[in-house]
Design a protein around this ligand. Structure first.
Ligand code: GLN
Length: 500
């Protein structure tokens, strides 16, 4: 069973791009209420099977859409995306909908404040359709760690839509939303984008506020835009990015001109652009043959569009996975300590018969799922006296070396590329009992988070062996997000011109 949208249909607003919707809404030819209602109807029709949403806020979305329509009638357009509805990953706080991070720990939790990303969306006149499914606290690669059941890939309901942001990407692929927000700590935006043939961007660390983004690993987490086209993704990028005094790690640099870059890239011309192929990110043994074949075709296409392709070595990437799975659990063990039923989290067993310690322990035992517990235990161990130097500090050294590999590569290349994922979407259930093979799935995406640089996954075409989507990962230097959009838009245009 497939729930992907079958191409552009004039009479079906759920098949339009966000840019098209915005244009017609701002011209008064389509109302935001109609656009929002069409997507809510689509959600009612297919989400019982896809399970992209944990919460749908029909009344709130329609009220926001009505407000936009009133503004437009009065001659005001709040932003280039005003009136276009969006799906928000359930890791950003919202005052009008629960924020659960797909955890029992936060079941029904209502935040007293909006995340900065939420606030920016509201100010831009973007109706929020609902909150999307994810792996619990953003830990996982398949949304199977959601306490509320997995998301199914609209391309094949027996398969994963990726993770942790599988809900956001599945919503896009199934036409339930033209825009969605994700977060990417080790690949959670790019990896689901690849598995669903959508576009996802992990912006440069520090360029999208983490205020109100429930922390997984603070030095790696980054919110970012997803959509079905590069231009739509760029339009959303400019809405959510920018300095925020509420986030101590927020960058003060001006936001890279990503919309301009996407428009420039649409010409398809890549002459003068040097694209580095990272040798370490196409290791044959880890990759499905069909993914590598499609990737080679993608490289040929970039070359035909005028790009110069060079090979680069990033030798320390080999240790990225090990470093990531030490640093991340260490930060998780610290960040998730506050969920004890006293400070945060749904308290369990507080019936007067237990001590505070027992209540906290029961709360954590019942509130967290197995993957979250695994990482808390691992992180606590790695940070303990005697192991700190051997594990955590060593991993931080590796992290520096990875950043140096990127810096060296960007001295000769404008962007780097690799496949986004080693295989196409795997079957639900296939990797749940094998955490290491689940971790391996983020092989190509997590080096970027360690280094704080930016990356995009853009649809690369269907793999010949499975007939399922692949993603081309484009990587840029810190604050070079516009390069992703220039090259991504050109590549997308090249594929369209080739009839793909
Ligand atoms: N799959 C990776 C992990 O489990 C990445 C998750 C993410 O980016 N949030 O940590």
């Amino acid at each position: 069973m497939q729930y992907t949208i079958a191409g552009r249909d004039d009479s079906d607003l759920t098949t339009w791009t966000a840019a098209e919707l915005a244009e017609k809404i701002h011209a008064g030819e389509v109302s935001s209420v109609d656009a929002t209602r069409a997507h809510l109807d689509r959600i009612s029709g297919v989400d019982g099977d896809v399970h992209a949403f944990l919460h749908v806020g029909e009344d709130e979305a329609l009220a926001a859409a009505e407000a936009v329509d009133r503004d437009i009638a009065a001659g005001t357009v709040a932003s280039p995306l005003a009136g276009v509805p969006l799906a928000l990953k359930d890791v950003f706080t919202t005052t009008d909908a629960p924020t659960t991070c797909a955890s029992k720990m936060l079941e029904g939790y209502m935040s007293p404040y909006d995340a900065t990303v939420t606030r920016k969306l509201r100010e831009a006149g973007i109706p929020i359709l609902g909150k999307t499914n994810m792996d619990e606290f953003a830990m996982g690669s398949s949304t199977e760690n959601s306490a509320y059941g997995p998301t199914h890939n609209p391309w094949d309901l027996d398969r994963t839509a990726g993770g942790s942001g599988g809900g956001s990407s599945a919503a896009l692929a199934a036409g339930m939303a033209p825009l969605a927000i994700g977060t990417d700590t080790g690949g959670s935006i790019r990896q689901p984008a690849a598995l669903t043939a959508t576009v996802g961007v992990k912006p440069t660390y520090g360029t999208v506020s983490r205020y109100g983004l429930v922390a997984c690993a603070s030095s790696l987490d980054q919110g970012g835009p997803t959509a079905r086209t590069v231009l739509d993704t760029a339009l959303l990028h400019e809405v959510i990015a920018g300095h925020d005094p509420h986030d101590a790690t927020s960058s003060r640099r001006p936001v890279a001109p990503v919309v301009e870059a996407a428009r420039q890239g649409a010409s398809g011309d890549l002459s003068g652009v040097t694209v580095g192929v990272v040798r370490q990110l196409e290791k044959a043994e880890a990759f499905q043959p069909g993914v590598l074949d499609t990737y080679r075709d993608n490289l040929r296409q970039l070359q035909e569009q005028g790009a110069e392709i060079v090979e680069v070595d990033c030798p320390n990437f080999e240790h990225a996975l090990s470093a990531y799975y030490l640093i991340l659990p260490c930060e998780v063990s610290s960040n998730l300590a506050r969920f004890d039923g006293m400070r945060y989290g749904a308290r369990k067993g507080d019936d007067g018969s237990r001590s505070a310690d027992e209540v906290m322990s029961l709360t954590r035992a019942e509130g967290f799922g197995p993957e979250v517990k695994r990482r808390i235990i691992l992180g606590t161990y790695a940070l303990s006296v005697g192991y700190y130097d051997a594990y955590y500090l060593q991993a931080q050294r590796v992290r520096n070396l990875i950043a140096q590999d990127f810096a060296a590569a960007f001295r000769t290349c404008d962007v780097l590329v690799s496949p986004t994922t080693p295989t196409t979407a795997f079957r639900l259930g296939e990797k749940v009992d094998d955490p290491l093979s689940m971790y391996m799935f983020d092989l190509c995406t997590l080096p970027l988070n360690l280094a704080g640089v930016c990356g995009m996954s853009v649809p690369g075409g269907l793999a010949g062996d499975t007939g399922l989507p692949t993603g081309l990962q484009i990587m840029g230097p810190a604050h070079g997000d516009d390069r992703l959009y220039r090259v991504g838009a050109a590549f997308e245009a090249g594929r369209a011109a080739a009839g793909a």
